[in-house]
Design a protein around this ligand. Structure first.
Ligand code: HEM
Length: 261
């Protein structure tokens, strides 16, 4: 996707929706814009296989990613993490996430001036996901670096621009090694966290392979970072552009869930 499209994708989305059926983009793959088409594609993993990204992921040394799998293995692995992300489970995290957000805001205020993206939108998702996985506080800065590196490497490959990849692959190797060591520890001494759950889980009597555990952790760490940082940053930017909407939300807090939809 070009930068222009990222800044304002809506005319392009409207054009896609105005066309019948689905189409294919040279770089982005299938373009599916309408609800009924999405339902059809989601139900047909033979024609629309997620394993189409296997080559892409394996160049990064990520060969066992949930997001590049089809059923039945995808369904089995996904069910292991699913319960951690149900609406009820996520709602239960709210008090802790509020505390983390307040701590970051307090720290930003203490500094006198701050950058919303660097000081809040970046660290908040890292802290939340790291805590869910069971990554200690001292290791979290390394995680943001690894996570950024993986996203940057994926974009380079997607745009057919693979220079500097060895550096990225080294970072991915470090992250995998980190999770391998943690998963070995948790097999011996399980705790109440997602790494432990994956390390001791059994599917039809079989444990996950070390690689499956490690790459699941990498995916969780990366998937929630860039996405949530962008969501938070774009939300604040949008409120600055439309201050009347901000005032409306402040007056009617019951509208907040609608804003998130
Ligand atoms: C605004 C925030 C987010 C957005 C916009 C977003 C978007 C997406 C999209 C579009 C996919 C599908 C990718 C594909 O099939 O190729 C996906 C998959 C996934 N996301 Fe997110 N995501 C967000 C937050 C998160 C968070 C917080 C987590 C958890 C830590 C997460 C974990 C995952 C996982 C595990 C998958 C793979 C699911 C599967 O293959 O079954 N995401 N996300």
């Amino acid at each position: 996707m070009t930068v222009d499209l990222r800044v304002d994708p809506y005319p392009w989305y409207a054009e896609l929706r105005s066309k019948e059926g689905i189409s294919r983009h040279e770089q982005l793959g299938w373009l599916i814009a309408k609800y009924d088409d999405v339902r059809q594609v989601m139900a047909d993993h033979n024609t629309f296989s997620s394993a189409i990204f296997e080559g892409f992921s394996s160049e990064l040394g990520l060969n066992n990613q949930l997001s590049s799998m089809d059923p039945p293995r995808h369904t089995q692995l996904r069910s292991l993490a699913q319960h951690a992300f149900t609406p009820k489970a996520v709602a239960a995290l709210e008090p802790r996430i509020r505390t983390m957000a307040r701590d970051l805001v307090d720290e930003a205020i203490r500094k006198g001036s701050f950058d919303f993206v660097d000081d809040i939108a970046i660290p908040l998702p890292v802290n939340v996901i790291a805590e869910m996985l069971g990554v200690s506080e001292v290791d979290r800065l390394r995680f943001k670096h690894w996570s950024n590196t993986i996203v940057a490497a994926s974009l380079r490959l997607l745009h057919g621009n693979p220079e500097e990849l060895p550096e990225h692959i080294a970072a991915i190797r470090e992250m995998k090694q980190y999770f391998l060591e943690r998963s070995m520890e948790r097999k011996q001494n399980p705790k109440e966290d997602l790494i432990s759950r994956l390390a001791i889980a059994e599917i039809e009597g079989n444990r996950l392979s070390d690689l499956e555990i490690v790459e699941f952790c990498v995916l969780l760490m990366v998937a929630g970072n860039e996405t949530t940082t962008n969501l938070l940053g774009n939300a604040v930017r949008t409120f600055l552009e439309f201050p009347d909407q901000w005032r409306l939300l402040c007056e009617k807090k019951e509208l907040i869930p609608l804003m998130l939809d």
